[in-house]
Ligand binder design. Structure first.
Ligand code: NAD
Length: 485
């Protein structure tokens, strides 16, 4: 099976103002299949002129049909889009598997998540309202939630459908018009999403999609004077550039920048229940997940047992092409593989506990990294501190709750954490004490469902996506104070 068996749109175009157009300067970027290293197709190398056109189209949509559309009608369109996504599960999952390299069943789950975002935000569009505020005698005061206007969305390659769903879905539900810059490494499902949005009749210009390089199209979007909110998911370095660009124009930003998420396993934990979460949260999407759990903290009395159980799972892991649908697929690129292999080398002074196996007939050009489990007594080691974005986990022992919390909170990040214990008081105490945007108790949600507000503290970023919080983030609040005596 090849790309042409699943693609139904022209991947070389940009979606601007409801039209599929070629990039203004006629430049293209090759899109690589990470499972084989072969070229899948070309995509547009959009630049500042294309971004200008996208931002103008979004503004026209807000000044026209889209801006005037009542909230229930906007909601109905998103619900319809969710239904259409579900009729294309097979095509979308294959496009994502070919483009991102993720095993087919994981790509399939992402399609379902995209549909869920449309359902959730479609249903929420007409439930986003202000409040009345008691004030002085003779006044009636109320607040209005208004869209920011043109919103810019810069999306990474690891979960295109999920990140587009949570960010563009919430922005549209709140009445904004979106300009989306997908990642240059993976943008087929972004373009597919644009085509489906046109099919359900979302007015021209409400969604504009311009592929291109980060330093060109991405930088042009984040610094554009007529963009009124920026939503970014990706690396800390680029997040910092985006926040700087937004500061020049004084516009709000939502930054989701990854993490070093810990799972804390206390001696009274139900290990049978915990084990699948401990490992899966580290290897899902080959560890290229912002909420990957790359640190497993275990109380000393059960340390050897957890290492042995996790080692059994690692030793059985199979790595191969996305369409073979094994446990782990390739990394997104040879560049990412070099980074991850570099971390495995840096772990040579730690104890290597176990590793998975790349299948014998995996294509040589694929960017496969070997999932590797390390034990470390040093929580300051770079493998226990840096976001790796690969299938590597470090297991660290702790003596007691105080030490567990100190280690858990001892990185620059704070996105997701989990606590495995049967002790109710400890569950509550540790959930409060962990510095993180989400804490799971006796489970690990890898970001959780579409309903659960998600975002970080520290270098994991700021602002909240998902759930109703995201809708609030995509609006500005106006207070109206009427004096009537
Ligand atoms: P990146 O931050 O460079 O890219 C993410 C998005 O930002 C892409 O769409 C890219 O085109 C765009 N971008 C890049 N430079 C830009 C600029 N100057 N201005 C505006 N937009 C720009 O991430 P990457 O290089 O793809 O991956 C590098 C590392 O980032 C990974 O190893 C990982 O640690 C982290 N990362 C995190 C996430 C996450 O989900 N939090 C996702 C991808 C990567």
């Amino acid at each position: 099976m090849t790309l042409k068996d699943y693609i139904w749109f022209d991947p070389t175009k940009c979606l601007i103002g409801g039209n599929w157009v070629s990039p203004q300067n006629g430049d293209y970027i090759p899109l690589i299949n990470p499972s084989t290293g072969e070229e899948l197709c070309n995509i547009a190398r959009g630049q500042s002129g294309d971004i200008d056109a996208g931002v103008s189209a979004a503004r026209s949509a807000l000044d026209g049909e889209w801006g005037r559309m009542a909230a229930p009608e906007r909601g109905r369109m998103l619900l319809e889009l969710g239904r259409l996504v579900l009729t294309k599960v097979d095509e979308l999952a294959h496009l994502e598997a070919l483009d991102v390299g993720k095993p087919l069943k994981q790509a399939h789950a992402d399609v379902i998540a995209l549909a869920r975002y449309m359902e959730f935000y479609g249903g929420a569009a007409d439930k986003l309202h202000g409040t009345t505020i008691p004030y002085l005698d003779g006044y009636t005061v109320y607040s209005l939630r208004e869209p920011h206007g043109v919103t810019g969305h810069i999306v990474p390659w690891n979960y295109p459908m999920q990140i587009i769903g949570r960010s563009v879905g919430a922005a549209l539900a709140a009445g904004n018009a979106a300009v989306l810059k997908p990642a240059e490494e993976a943008c087929l499902t972004a373009l597919a999403f644009g085509d489906l949005a046109m099919q359900v009749g979302i007015p021209s210009g409400a969604i504009n999609i311009i592929p291109g390089l980060g330093a060109e199209a991405g930088a042009a979007l984040s610094s554009h004077k007529n963009v009124e909110h920026i939503s970014f998911t990706g690396s800390v370095d680029v997040g910092s550039l985006i926040q700087t660009a937004a500061a020049q124009n004084i516009v709000p930003v939502t930054l989701e920048l990854g993490g070093k998420s810990p799972q804390l396993v206390f001696e009274d934990a139900d290990l049978e229940a915990a084990l699948p979460f401990l490992v899966n949260a580290g290897i899902q999407n080959a560890g290229q997940t912002c909420s990957a759990s790359s640190r497993i903290l275990v109380q000393k009395s059960r340390y050897a047992e957890v290492l042995s159980l996790m080692a059994d799972r690692y030793n059985a892991l199979q790595i191969g092409p996305a369409l073979s649908d094994l446990d782990v697929g390739p990394l997104i690129s040879q560049r990412q593989k070099k980074i991850v292999d570099g971390f495995i080398e840096k772990g040579s002074d730690l104890e290597k506990i176990a590793s998975g196996k790349i299948i014998a007939d995996a294509p040589l050009g694929g960017s496969y990294a070997v999932p590797t489990l390390f034990a470390s007594h040093d929580c300051t080691h770079c493998l226990a501190q840096d976001e790796i974005f690969g299938p590597i986990q470090v297991v660290i022992p702790f003596e007691d709750e105080t030490e567990a919390l100190a280690i858990a909170n001892g990185t620059d990040y704070g996105l997701v954490a989990s606590v495995w214990t049967q002790d109710g008081a400890r569950q509550m105490r540790t959930a409060k004490a962990i510095r993180s945007g989400q804490v799971f108790i006796n489970n690990y949600g890898a970001g959780g469902g579409v309903e659960l507000p998600f975002g970080g503290v520290g270098k994991s970023g700021h602002g909240r996506e998902k759930g109703f919080e995201a809708l609030y983030g995509f609006t500005k609040l106006k207070t109206v104070a009427a004096y009537h005596g």
